[in-house]
Design a protein around this ligand. Structure first.
Ligand code: ADQ
Length: 459
């Protein structure tokens, strides 16, 4: 089997890639472990200049190859074009995107630098799999350096309708650069349709045929086991004791404006207003560690949340009960798994999300004898599969309020029925299934669009 080369903006520390880690490293675990592989990308460190030669570390069957980012590239490529322009536009938020020509120049320069540092490490029959929006231009840069290997690309975030995407300066350049990619994976069929239409509009109908939907999943049984094991852990017991018999609703997100946190908090407040019989009967715990804290948008979000939580707690709390508990510190994953299992309600209400793995983790964490209810945004990719959830419009606090009310009163047989439907999906499309499906489309002879469509139907 040929070597697999994974390229991602951020390369995880191999020592942290165990069962307790999250993200891409976990999703790719099997693929990396079962064959000769390389994991290439940014080290997470900055330096005066972006590295030209990768530092190599071998760990199991995988070589980790990383370069540092220069201060300028960190500013323009990472904080600038990737986080302040692409991230909001891809999440349909054209109005808050910030554009600067220097940022795009930094984006081009860094994609080229990644390609130049990777090219000398490649073997002729490697399979290259590039991940996510930071690296739209990298495949084209590799081709310009003469690389003939198969190149795949997976977009973890949504792809908006063409009319939104075209608001991005240089949108056309990004689309044209996709010519260099052999197989393009998206989270959902909607995302695929949007990208295909955008490609066709710039005369890249041939590239549109290489786009398919490959929903990402989690290590379902591993997470279920972790949650069950942690159910009686010290921190989990502490939380249970502190609830004094009240129900728990839980939200777990990176602190990001795409996650719909102010709207979620308003929805919880609206529930307490409109259905006062739940007052004192439920506590909402939101865990949202600060990410990208250096960007102004994120500082503003933090203030908004501090105020929203404070207002509702101030209005509604009793001396022995506060409706909302809000933690911006990181909480270890195993503990979160135990919290999820205890929660009667999982609140996952992003305004847009490629997939949202927390929704799947919440399902996996449940006690099959007494499962909780997932309240899920219709704008999360996960909503395509998880039709056992109570599906809400995250922009409508009353819709969230009504779903919370329904979840609080839901009889055990309906909870079980809905959970069984969701669990069947979570188990059918795991992280390793996702990986295998994409790689067989990339390495196989199957037409990518057909492969993606066929695979979108869980077994
Ligand atoms: P993210 O936006 O990071 O990922 P998500 O899929 O929900 O969103 O989470 C990724 C992982 O981080 C999950 O395993 C989750 O448990 C963990 N996580 C989230 N909040 C946490 C917290 N407070 N503490 C500890 N761990 C936390 C991007 C896209 C998603 C897509 C994924 C994978 O934005 O739409 O599902 O990639 O493709």
């Amino acid at each position: 089997m040929s070597r697999l080369v994974i390229v991602a903006n951020r390369v995880p520390d191999p020592k942290e890639a165990g069962p307790t880690a999250g993200g891409l490293a976990v999703a790719l675990k099997d693929a990396l472990a079962n064959r000769d592989s390389m994991y290439f990308g940014w080290s997470g460190k900055t330096a005066p200049q972006t590295g030209t030669e990768a530092a190599l570390h071998r760990h199991g069957t995988t070589t980790y190859a990383t370069i540092d980012l220069g201060h300028d590239d960190y500013k323009h490529f990472y904080q600038g074009f990737s986080n302040a322009a692409l991230w909001p536009v891809l999440h349909y938020r054209l109005g808050i995107a910030r554009f600067d020509r220097r940022d795009f120049a930094g984006y081009q320069r860094t994609n080229a630098a990644f390609a130049a540092a990777l090219a000398p490490l490649l073997k002729p029959d490697d399979t290259i799999w590039i991940h996510d929006f930071h690296l739209f231009l990298m495949a084209a840069e590799l081709r310009a350096l003469g690389c003939k290997q198969r190149i795949g690309f997976f977009l973890h975030v949504p792809f908006p309708p063409r009319s939104v995407f075209n608001g991005l300066p240089h949108a056309e350049k990004l689309l044209e650069a996709m010519e260099a990619i052999d197989a393009i994976g998206m989270q959902t069929e909607d995302d695929s349709e949007n990208l295909r239409a955008a490609l066709i509009a710039v005369g890249k109908g041939d590239v549109a045929l290489r786009v398919g939907a490959f929903a990402i999943g989690i290590d379902a049984s591993g997470f279920a086991k972790l949650a069950a094991q942690r159910a009686e852990a010290k921190e989990v017991k502490r939380l249970r004791d502190s609830l004094a018999g009240r129900s728990l609703a839980i939200g777990i997100d990176r602190l990001d404006y795409t996650k719909g946190l102010p709207q979620r908090i308003a929805g919880f407040g609206a529930m307490l207003e409109r259905f006062p019989r739940h007052r004192g009967k439920i506590t909402f715990l939101q865990v949202a560690p600060v990410s990208r804290g250096d960007v102004a948008m994120y500082r503003a979000l933090r203030r908004e949340l501090d105020e929203g939580v404070g207002r509702i707690n101030g209005q509604m709390a009793e001396p022995d009960w506060a409706p909302i508990r809000y933690i911006t510190r990181a909480v270890p994953r195993p503990t979160l798994a135990g919290f999820m299992r205890m929660a009667r309600i999982g609140l996952v209400t992003p305004l847009r999300d490629g997939m949202n793995l927390v929704a799947k983790e919440y399902v996996a964490a449940q006690d099959p004898a007494d499962p909780g209810v997932l309240v899920l945004s219709r704008f999360a990719g996960a909503a395509v599969e998880l039709d056992g959830a109570l599906i809400v419009n995250p922009l409508d606090p009353d819709d969230i309020a009504e779903a919370l009310d329904a979840a609080m009163d839901m009889p055990a047989d309906e909870r079980l029925d809905r959970w069984n439907r969701n669990w069947a999906k979570v188990k059918a499309v795991t992280a390793s299934v996702w990986c295998r499906r994409f790689l067989s489309a990339l390495e196989g002879t199957k037409d990518v669009a057909d492969a993606g469509q066929a695979e979108a139907q869980p077994a």
